[in-house]
Design a protein around this ligand. Sequence first.
Ligand SMILES: [Zn+2]
Length: 478
Amino acid sequence: MRSMVQWVLGLLVIAWVPPVQAQPGGWKAGVARAVATPKTSVWLAGYGTKRPPDGKLHDLWIKALALEDPQGKRAVLITSDFQGVPKEMSDRVFAQLKSKYQLERDQIMITFSHNHCGPRLGLDLVDYYPIEDEQVRLVDEYTSEMVERLVAVVGESLQKLAPATLDQGEGKATFAVNRRDNREAEVPDLIARKIPLKGVVDHSVPVLRVTGANGQIVAILFGYACHPTTLSFTTWCGDYPGFAQLLIEKNHPGAQAMFVNTCGGDQNPLPRRTVELCEDYGRQLAEGVEHALKQPMKPVSAKLRTAFRYVDLAYDHVMTRKELETFSRDANAIRQRWAVRMLKKLDGGEKFSSTYPYPLHAWRLGNEMLVVGMGAETVVDYALRFKREFGPGTWVCGYADDMISYIPSRRVWEEGGYEGGSNLFEYGRPALRWAGDIEDRIAGGVGELVKEVGAASLRAGTFDPRKAEEMRRQSVQR
Ligand SMILES: [Zn+2]
């Protein structure tokens, strides 16, 4: 008679199943895309005027990259040629993705390039534009259509999940200029005279290559920190990221090129305003990507961890009815429309919150890559800071999930000016300015998320755990 130990061992042997043959790279990846170019005359977004479209240079796109690790953990990154996706729109997408595909908020990031040759969406920058009933209807219709399309593209990317390898590298492109520290009119002359431009920039071009089991490149994801504001005309196109994606897809037939705006809130492509310059910046960016692809790239091991939270960003001072009444007679048309709209909200019984829920993501890919996703128009300081704190392999993507406003660092907040000063009315917030602790609140949230995904090993971070804990208590999961 066998002993109990032998019996248990026997069971274990029966229960042991040889591991499934390791897939190439261990990852699964799937991509999908859909055209987003409006068919109606919804206006172009972003310059504070009425801009009906007059045709297109090339199509606008929504693109998705789905990733799955060997444990079945999934995440989907959406990139798009949109100018700004407002919260009320992305929340509709998140709700549908949860019910249709069981994707939680930490597993999905909706990014937009901030392309100023892209269409209006929902209430994004709504006070920027004169009110015309027909336009309100067109924007509503187009927004709903895009919600459905985003959900469909994510579904398709999940369906297409197939074995893949991931590698990352970095290139460089130098056309982004710190627009706070250089006068636009002087830039061409300074460049011609080889006088260095002023201010902080992030000229790195992070690249992630996704290769299928047959060796075919499936996706090339790349980033750059700069406003897609080369052009200000009324013709649909993706501005410099649109041209860069087209060129990369031409260089790599069958691959889907995808662009994320890293932290380009205070960066402009200068000089600008001609299609030739726009195409040239696209070419420079594509060359940065090609350079990275030609170097030995770093394989990304197949393990995925994701985390998400809202951090409450405090306003400096919430508007009172009296202040809004004064602004409702303002000579500035945007501020006047904003004040009137805010007063209507107060009349309807709405109480303004003293904070705004700011979305933050951390995705850890293997031990080699950390993606920090940040809402809105983050200035370049954030990318430089988090890359320094979390080390090589860190991507810091702005323009995720919600357009909100500019997100100044403490430095930019102290300096004031367009990105750091009293401009929140342009974005429809019930205040003029963020409180001065904005960077601390964000850094606290990011530090916590990075801990959650266990990415501190990229390099030990310098965040203060006590401070981060305090921030965590202040932040509310919504
Ligand atoms: Zn902007």
